[in-house]
Design a protein around this ligand. Structure first.
Ligand code: MG
Length: 241
């Protein structure tokens, strides 16, 4: 034993690891067109950081439809089928520095996984074409709980069955939205926010991220932070009262 505390790094997917080329939105739109005859159902719905089930329920709500379990199940089935078609698009991209970052974690012997609002099957569909799926043996997904804030303990449990025993304070969540920051803070974990999505560096700092980087090309500063014992930054409140 080295005495160094174990770490567990957990990655968000959309706009953190990849840009799916809006495959998810198109798959959801097709599901709503197929089921309800509604075109462009998700045109005005901001979904960054939401879990898939929350997004589907929001779509139902916005269009005045009930979100009984049967409806959500029907959407999920169509969404996954359409997603595997829509991910085959020319706009999809891996975010800068992702492969190098994952290889560096492997080299350091730091375990890593997923913490994502995507349903697990959807996550695999999105990652597979990039060759990223194989990097992530485990994680917690939007299919485990529709509330992202409850996913960290699930990821920790999964990794403990793989021989990685960590507490929430040993975990670092990497994501691109204030919702990623919040799901870390809810358990005393740390968060690296990466400004490769819709949120600026300033807004991610304001949300309480412990470290904010432009891209995962900033590998050294991220690895130093992951290996360090930097305490969690207090969430700064700009509002009074
Ligand atoms: Mg994201």
């Amino acid at each position: 034993m080295t005495g160094r505390r174990d770490r567990l790094v957990l990655f968000d997917i959309d706009e953190t690891l990849i840009d799916s080329g809006r495959a998810g939105t198109r798959a959801l739109n097709r599901a709503f067109l197929d089921l309800f005859g509604i075109k462009d159902a998700f045109k005005d719905i901001r979904m960054a950081g939401m879990t898939d089930i929350q997004i589907m329920k929001e779509g139902l709500r916005v269009h005045g439809l009930s979100s009984m379990d049967g409806e959500v199940d029907a959407i999920v089935r169509r969404y996954l089928r359409f997603l595997s078609e829509e991910i085959e698009n020319p706009w999809r991209r891996v975010k800068p520095g992702v492969f190098e970052f994952l290889e560096a974690l492997k080299e350091e012997g730091i375990p890593f996984g997923l913490l994502t609002g995507n349903l697990e099957e959807g996550a695999r569909i999105k990652l597979r074409p990039f060759g990223l799926d194989a990097y992530f043996p485990a994680g917690a997904f939007g299919s485990d709980d529709e509330d992202r804030d409850r996913l960290l303990p699930i990821a920790i449990r999964r990794f403990s069955t793989l021989g990685v025993d960590v507490s929430p304070e040993d975990c670092i969540i990497i994501g691109d939205t204030p919702r990623d920051v919040r799901c870390a803070k809810a358990h005393g974990a740390r968060c690296i926010a990466v400004a490769t999505g819709p949120y600026s560096r300033d807004s991610l700092t304001e949300a309480g991220a412990d470290l904010v980087v432009d891209t995962l090309n900033e590998r050294e500063v991220c690895l130093d932070f992951i290996k360090s014992d930097h305490k969690v930054q207090q969430v700064r409140r700009t509002d009074r009262g």
